[in-house]
Design a protein around this ligand. Structure first.
Ligand code: NAD
Length: 413
């Protein structure tokens, strides 16, 4: 078994060790970056609808704040654990640094299956998380956002709880909010749109033909928005999948109709002219986009892949072992910390709007996001050729160097 599956944080350390060897990273910096600055664990008592009290275990990992306040989502999932939260908080640190945002990295989570909760129980649980941890949050301390199974509505409850406790409006405490309480235009589709932009930049570097074919694993928020934006950019989306099935059409899907079908029926079934396939990874295509889960591409399944380019939209979809094997086959992997960074980039733009209490149009937000993502892509691509290493390593190197420079300036190292 790839060790990543056993312990997500071991993967962070493996990647950091590679960076250390590549750039001869200072031993002290390596030691400091091997541990989150703070990991908080709390027990959240929640009154259930039947009158009983349940206790939910929750975490917040504040990995590094040398570049600015900790920043990262809150995940509600039965598999949340300390190692995963720590790992995700490290990746957030690299992501914000790679995008050159004045932010650090953090991540939170609650061990819960939200499907078992009523709406009222979900609201009380969300508010309990803030009551337990509010002293550690704030626009200048740590700024949460949505992640798996957390939504703009949950962010609105959390912000309301926070502002009620501190007794003042502070919308920049949480991002990914609904527009009505200080959210940003374009936050919803941002991750998918940014991913399509990065895919276009990478496809150009690899001289892939215009109309290059794309298979997308996961047709949720990220996968569907990416499919839509990518087909607008001229890519041909030939295969998509969800947790139940994968479908294929060599002529390319009409993505808007596919999104309509999925929204109306909850399924990809019965889409006209499509063919059901068993393994989306093995589909004949130029570009593969894992946009669902961690560990989707592993040493036991990587060799069915026909694509020349992989764009990681999920967090951690390729295990370190598979990453090496793909590199040996000259398959380029655009790493998650770049490919899916438009979400946190627009979260940052949301905070900027909250701080100035002035709100931009969708076109203004998209233009700023495009500029920040393109700049990050160009610097990382240049670093890749200078270092003669994988694109993932080049992105990590840029990020780690920026964090270390700030730590040195602060006298922490
Ligand atoms: P989502 O819940 O909206 O969608 C996930 C999709 O994956 C669903 O369509 C689900 O059916 C599908 N899926 C689940 N298991 C699958 C399987 N075995 N095979 C194929 N499809 C499967 O979630 P999302 O917001 O789209 O997030 C997807 C990934 O992107 C996650 O890893 C998340 O951490 C990452 N991500 C999301 C954002 C964001 O802004 N939403 C930002 C950065 C990274």
């Amino acid at each position: 078994m790839d060790n990543h599956q056993a312990d997500a944080y071991a993967n962070v350390l493996t990647q950091l060790t590679e960076v250390k060897d590549l750039i001869n990273l200072d031993e002290n910096a390596f030691r400091l970056l091997s541990e989150p600055q703070r990991v908080l664990r709390v027990a959240l008592p929640v009154r259930m609808d039947d009158g009983s009290m349940q206790v939910f275990i929750a975490y917040r990992s504040q990995f590094n704040d040398a570049l600015g306040p900790f920043k990262g989502g809150i995940r509600f999932h039965p598999d949340v654990n300390e190692s995963e939260v720590k790992a995700l908080s490290a990746w957030m640190t690299w992501k914000t640094a790679l995008l050159d945002l004045p932010l650090g990295g953090g991540k939170g989570g609650i061990i819960v299956d939200t499907k078992t909760l009523s709406l009222g129980e979900l609201e009380r649980l969300s508010r309990a998380y803030i009551r337990a941890l509010y002293k550690n949050f704030g626009p200048e301390i740590d700024v949460p956002a949505p992640d798996v199974y957390t939504t703009p509505q949950i962010m609105a409850w959390m912000l309301d709880e926070y502002e009620t406790i501190v007794g003042r409006h502070q919308p920049g405490t949480i991002t990914g909010k609904p527009l009505s309480v200080g959210g940003s235009a374009s936050r919803g589709p941002a991750t998918g749109r940014g991913g399509a932009l990065i895919m276009k930049l990478a496809a150009e570097k690899l001289n892939l033909p215009s109309g290059a074919t794309v298979a997308i694993q996961g047709f949720g928020n990220v996968g569907a928005e990416m499919a839509l934006a990518a087909s607008d950019l001229g890519f041909k989306i030939v295969a998509v999948s969800d947790s139940k099935m994968a479908i294929y059409d060599s002529n390319g899907f009409d993505v808007a109709s596919l999104m309509k079908l999925k929204a109306e029926t909850g399924s990809l079934q019965n889409f006209p002219k499509s063919e059901v396939v068993t393994d989306i990874l093995a589909v004949d295509c130029d570009i593969l986009v894992p946009a669902a889960l961690e560990n989707a591409i592993r040493s036991d399944n990587y060799n069915s892949i026909k694509a020349k380019l992989i764009v990681e939209m999920a967090n951690g979809p390729v295990t370190p072992e598979a990453d090496k094997l793909l590199a040996d086959q000259n398959i380029i992997v655009v790493p998650d910390i770049l490919a899916n960074a438009a979400g946190v980039t627009v979260s940052y733009l949301e905070q900027v709007q909250n701080a100035s209490n002035y709100y931009w149009t969708e076109a203004e937000v998209v233009a700023k996001m495009t500029e920040l993502m393109t700049r990050a892509f160009d610097s990382a691509w240049l670093r890749r050729s200078n270092l003669q290493t994988t694109f993932r390593n080049a992105c990590q190197v840029l990020a780690v160097e920026r964090v270390v420079t700030a730590m040195k300036a602060r006298g922490r190292i």
